[in-house]
Write a protein that binds this ligand. Sequence first.
Ligand SMILES: C[S@@+](CC[C@H](N)C(=O)[O-])C[C@H]1O[C@@H](n2cnc3c(N)ncnc32)[C@H](O)[C@@H]1O
Length: 141
Amino acid sequence: MEDTGPGPGVERDLRAEYARHYGFATEPPLRRAEERVIGADYGATSYTTRRQADRVAALLELGPGRRLIDLGCGTGWPGIYLAATTGCSVTLADVPVEGLRVAAARLERDGIEGAVLAASADALPLRDGTFDAATSSDVFC
Ligand SMILES: C[S@@+](CC[C@H](N)C(=O)[O-])C[C@H]1O[C@@H](n2cnc3c(N)ncnc32)[C@H](O)[C@@H]1O
């Protein structure tokens, strides 16, 4: 039979897997490992390092007054970091609410201008031109 790639069942499994992981993604041992490996502590599940995130900030010309969306943000990496370091605002979009809860708490804790959005990146309930820049780390996997 022809292989037609992952189907809806696989997508559901992935969503459940991420939801489960985001329940403990910010536990101290994982944060320590994350800090050592990528240089950040946002509960990342991607391979994007802090150095790479800094490069993204420069390429996207982020700064105060710019509006960024992070598609597939998980628990907020790198979107919250980019907003914190450049002064842009950030909207964090993903499907599992478990990650978005962690991200929302981090936004509030760090006093970052931003919002979370539970939506799939291929069906965003937003008008064209809402953002100046978009980023995405290890989402198209
Ligand atoms: C490897 S994780 C990366 C999370 C985060 N960007 C990071 O660097 O830690 C991939 C994320 O992409 C999200 N994702 C996958 N398909 C998506 C879609 N269609 N719309 C929004 N998010 C999606 C998953 O739910 C998951 O949180």
